[in-house]
Design a protein around this ligand. Sequence first.
Ligand code: GDD
Ligand code: MG
Length: 394
Amino acid sequence: MKALILVGGFGTRLRPLTLTVPKPLVDFANKPMILHQIEALVQAGVTDIVLAVNYKPEVMVAVLKKYEDKFGITITFSVEKEPLGTVTEALFPERLPPPPPPPHRLANHPLRSGRRVAGPLALARGVLGKDDSPFFVLNADVTCDYPFEAMRDFHAAHGGEGTILATKVEEPSKYGVIVVRSGTSQIERFVEKPVEYVGNRINAGIYIFSPSILDRIELRPTSIEKEIFPRMAADVQLHTFDLEGYWMDVGQPKDFLTGTCLYLSSLSKRCPEQLAPASEDYVHGGNVLVHPSAKIGKGCKIGPNVTIGPNTTIGDGVCLQRCVLMEGTHVKDYSWVKNSIVGWHSSVGRWSRLDGVTVLGDDVHIADEVYVNGASVLPHKSISSNVCEPGIVM
Ligand code: GDD
Ligand code: MG
């Protein structure tokens, strides 16, 4: 089977982490966000994955290339900016999607708009349309227990052109909202980011399409949500498949932390052996994921809902709750980190405290005895006095 993952966009809402790596490569539960999706796709029998990239493609290619061999799959990079074709060609000369026709290669390239577009599908037509089998499309920033096999069976059974995975949320206005024909799975209306309330069943950002959808998409900037879905709904070609279990778009720090909690809770049911055992002295309240290379001091209280990345050092008497420590972080003695994300290679001083959805970018250093509340701290900064009000520290 085939899949396309949308990995473009600037990830501005996940800054300062996305100042260092593209959003799909930000570590979620100790591995790049997108790797969770690739693993689940491979598990469901997908062998061809197209990554639609428009931001830092070199980084993406360098990191993801190794998974081709590891999983025995083909990863094609559909690169949206002209000069970056060279990188793709250098690394995957035999796997380039067919080049778009000349008129689209320059200023009016379909993917130059910087918006998420249906264009990546059109550009990747060579892979996605190479046979009659359906393909998955994923937003790279959503986490759930991916129900790919169930979606594939459901899609085959209804015979329509597309199936959208749906979930219910309390605040639907920041998503695409789906209205179904009552008593059926048919989508009657699709409204992207509605200003007025139309319902709370939303687009979870995961689809399966029959290749005929490619004929609906022209090589020009096209929003799949605003242009293609409404037309497919009008043609009665679009169905919805309700997701069971948790779901979160982790493209913003607050949601990233919530998504981490949901993921850990799911992991505790599916694969409890991957979490730190409750018998560990430091585990308080469960759902603690610790990389084997992490060093943890004496008398710590860790949990619930904490992920600790590779090569981290945690001092004595540290308290960690509902937080994420990325690779190479150093949390010193008697500090307290709660509701916060500590970016790569950053440090938190002795007796210091982070709270209120504080996000430290890469290589940030918090001095001893400092309180930081709700700050987004840009990479390479040192903070030596309290930050009591939420805001950006540049
Ligand atoms: N290739 C490419 N090019 N990818 C892009 C671009 C682009 O210009 N812009 C964004 N993306 C990727 C992002 O990396 C992300 O994986 C995905 O497309 C969705 O973009 P977001 O910016 O995260 O969109 P959103 O969260 O506001 O809304 C979308 O996701 C919701 C579910 O989380 C929509 O699809 C909504 O309908 C949906 O409910
Ligand atoms: Mg998103």
